[in-house]
Design a protein around this ligand. Structure first.
Ligand code: GAL
Length: 346
């Protein structure tokens, strides 16, 4: 594993970049700041390598970023209504950073933390201690994330956490993919398949209403492969509220073992991405907030929908939704979650 300095924080702390490489020349580069994946180079059907993720050339980009490019997300991924929840009879107020709501762990969530990063065999191991009260969350939390690149072109991400007091936990990865390798192109031609028969529809502020709505016969039906752009402009209240796809899909699954959640195919390059996860949901976000103002890698201005995210997770606002799969971690318990991003061509 190659290690080099990526930049320095305003306080002088060094941020390193680590390059994981497999036997087939696939390469993932990760930095300690936000645990962000800054590049991911995989072959197309002709064997040509291309970088399939959005990001920045320098640390300054990640410091200023408000789109979560490539970052780890915590302590709680996605939205919590009004930044409030009660737990064991006590009310907690979180950082409110998205309208009236809390999003992705707050302004100083795990994406803005300097993780301790160390090679661990062929894997990269990142650790971060989130202090009691950070962004309003109760209890000290120790998080560990391990990135492993296999010779089967899989990026395996293992998440772990322990706490000294009960707290909600929902960790994910916020990489934006563009399988063409050319972020000047949008992702609307990518074909998407999701192992989901329901979504958790949202209100005007993108908080789940509590309903589990069947996707059958709607623009959210990706049970068979369908281009992302085929129905994105249709008249649909949910699409209108989010400006496109920005929804939690309820994965069809049995227990909590690793299962296929999503498959994406870019017909132009043949590149494919499969997402396997132990999580019960996946947020599919079609890059609706990208508007050409963000200056990314290699001088690219990231345009509307030039990247998509598939964020395996527990459902949004679960701390306020006892009917959703539980998200509270208690002392003595061990949080464990695994996601595999598997690349291929066809
Ligand atoms: C997504 C979220 C979107 C938006 C985006 C960042 O995970 O679902 O609503 O906040 O992150 O711009």
């Amino acid at each position: 594993m190659e290690r080099s300095e990526f930049g320095r924080l305003p306080g002088g702390e060094k941020v390193d970049a680590f390059t994981l490489r497999n036997a087939r020349g696939v390469e993932a580069r990760v930095i300690g700041f936000g645990g962000a994946i800054v590049s991911l180079r995989v072959p197309d059907r002709a064997g040509r390598m291309g970088d399939v993720v959005l990001g920045y050339d320098s640390l300054a980009g990640y410091l200023a970023d408000d789109a979560y490019f490539g970052s780890l997300i915590g302590r709680y991924a996605n939205r919590i209504r009004d930044g409030r929840f009660s737990l064991d009879g006590e009310e907690h107020a979180l950082d409110v950073n998205n309208g009236a709501n809390h999003l992705h762990g707050g302004r100083r969530g795990f994406h803005k933390a300097l993780w301790t990063a160390e090679p661990d065999g062929a894997a990269l191991r990142l650790t971060y201690t989130s202090a009691d009260g950070e962004e309003g969350y109760p209890g000290t939390l120790h998080a560990t994330v391990r990135y492993t690149l296999t010779d089967a072109d899989e990026l395996v991400i293992d998440y772990g956490a322990t706490v000294d007091r009960a707290t909600p936990v929902n960790l994910t990865q916020h990489t934006y993919f563009n399988l063409t390798g050319d972020p000047a192109r949008d992702i609307l031609g990518h074909e998407l398949q999701l192992a989901a028969g329901h979504i958790t529809p949202v209100d005007e502020t993108l908080i789940p209403t509590g309903e589990l709505r069947p996707v059958q016969g709607t623009a959210f039906d990706f049970q068979h492969p369908c281009p992302i752009g085929a129905r994105i402009g249709g008249a649909d209240e949910q699409l209108a509220r989010a400006g496109g796809y920005d929804h939690n899909f309820v994965l069809r699954r049995d227990g909590d073992s690793l299962a296929l959640a999503a498959r994406v195919h870019d017909p132009s390059t043949g590149r494919t991405l499969e997402v396997h996860t132990t999580e019960p949901g996946i947020q599919f976000y079609s890059g609706n907030f990208l508007d050409g103002t963000t200056l990314g890698k290699d001088g690219h201005r990231y345009g509307h929908r030039c990247g998509f995210c598939l964020e395996p997770q527990h459902f949004p606002d679960s701390p306020n939704r006892p009917e959703f799969p539980p998200v509270i971690l208690r002392p003595g318990q061990h949080y464990a979650s695994r996601t595999v991003y598997r690349f291929g061509t066809d």
